[in-house]
Design a protein around this ligand. Structure first.
Ligand code: DAH
Length: 416
């Protein structure tokens, strides 16, 4: 298969005080979207019929080498297909240019600035965990539906692909961590048909028939993937955890649980403001086996309330079982794609999951200077690529014209 690509450049001036994340003068992001359809792709492309990735033989995850045979086995308790194995090493959150990586770093910034670097960060913990870690340690009841083979990927009867980052709470507490953030990919198995959409449908990646390219977003050409009856569900999550010792709440006159709940809400509202500025949000009472009370935070986005995180005050039993006898704690788990959708105004969550390196890193800042008048000049190089067809000069010019137009209006910059 040949891939056509063309490179174009454009330069613009912006005031040095702009709050756009392109020049990162403060931590808040400007929201903007480029949605430039590749209108000609349909007519001229020979479409790739099978978008399946080659199956890798081994991966290095969390410092551990994992062979395909460690995950995909000919065993009655194994329900992990090759397509999942090939996603295990994607680690979107470790790519600094990817929306998920940008968001992770922005969240780190918030915690570092507000908690004097007290939060320990883990973003390389192996997604293969024991059933005990994934479920028992966080008090998921023995008969809970999430334990079923239909919902969870089992490597064998005692090992799963983690279905949430909460799976690491207990081990990190036992290791003595009291403030931590865990980022990673989580996996849920579910079916989807025309009448039923899975509850946790954060991300779909189906590996067959590619659709034509659809969106230009921040220089990433990403594409929709069609959905098949059994669909890989993987999501990027971040878990946060904070332990308080009695001195911390006693002076407040509140009981430990109320103190932790108040602190948790303040922390997460601050995080949402750090990322989005004045976004509308609301708290909903929720249930999680590992927290009590439990809440969900929703953000108003595209004329709907969207759930972005679950959180609560950690069950005492978890703290007690892991060496924290007199403490209270809060925890949260947030879906990075969902927050990134709001942040970058992305209309469809599936757009994040492109397996192809050629979709990413398509925008490069190649020149950056500030003149005497305090205007900053940025020159970006954009690689316009299509996996299916050769783009003509006219098509690229048209794309470039739209990009320039949108950059000018949405980023409030002066084109050069
Ligand atoms: N583990 C939950 C999930 O995957 C998210 C979550 C909710 C994490 C509440 C937490 C929490 O730490 O306290 O949906």
């Amino acid at each position: 298969m040949t891939m056509a690509m063309s490179i174009a450049q454009f330069t613009f001036f912006s005031r040095a005080t702009s709050s756009s994340f392109l020049n990162r003068t403060n931590a808040r992001f400007n929201r903007f979207t480029f949605s430039t359809p590749f209108s000609t792709a349909d007519a001229t492309c020979t479409r790739k019929k099978n978008g399946r990735l080659p199956v890798l033989s081994a991966l290095e995850l969390g410092g551990v080498k994992i062979a395909r045979d460690d995950v995909v086995r000919d065993d009655p308790t194994n329900n992990v297909p090759d397509s999942i194995f090939s996603k295990l090493g994607m680690q979107l959150h470790k790519r600094n240019q990817h929306p998920i990586g940008i968001l992770k770093n922005a969240i780190y910034e918030y915690f570092d600035a507000n908690y004097s670097n007290k939060f320990d960060k883990f973003d390389d913990l192996c997604p293969l965990v024991s059933v005990k870690q994934n479920f028992d340690d966080v008090l998921v009841p023995a008969d809970h539906i999430s334990r079923s083979y239909n919902d969870t990927y089992y490597v064998d009867s005692q090992t799963v692909l983690r279905c949430h980052t909460s799976a690491h709470q207990a081990e990190l507490l036992r290791d003595g961590h009291t403030h931590f953030l865990v980022t990673g990919d989580v996996y849920r198995r579910d079916s989807i048909d025309s009448t039923h959409y899975p509850v946790f449908h954060q991300v779909f990646v189906a590996s067959h028939y590619l659709q034509p390219p659809n969106f230009f977003f921040l220089g990433f050409f990403l594409r929709f993937w069609s959905i098949h009856s059994y669909t890989l569900l993987l999501e990027m999550q971040m878990e946060g955890f904070r332990v308080f010792s009695p001195e911390e709440w006693e002076a407040s006159g509140l009981d430990g649980t109320s103190y932790a709940a108040g602190d948790l809400k303040k922390c997460l509202e601050g995080l949402a403001r750090h990322l989005f500025g004045a976004v509308e949000m609301r708290w909903i009472d929720a249930y999680f086996p590992f927290t009590n009370p439990s809440f969900e935070l929703e953000i108003y986005f595209q004329e709907k309330w969207m759930e972005v995180l679950g959180c609560g005050v950690t069950e005492q039993e978890i703290l007690r079982n892991n060496g924290q006898l007199d403490s209270v704690a809060w925890a949260f788990g947030l879906g990075l794609e969902r927050l990134a959708m709001v942040l970058f105004d992305i209309p469809d969550i599936r757009l994040f999951w492109s397996n192809d390196e050629r979709f990413t890193s398509q925008v490069q800042l190649i020149d950056n200077f500030t003149n005497k008048k305090g205007m900053t000049s940025h020159c970006y190089r954009i690689a316009y690529r299509s996996m299916e067809c050769s783009l003509t000069d006219e098509e690229i010019n048209e794309l470039q014209r739209k990009v320039r137009e949108q950059v000018e209006t949405k980023l409030n910059v002066e084109l050069r």
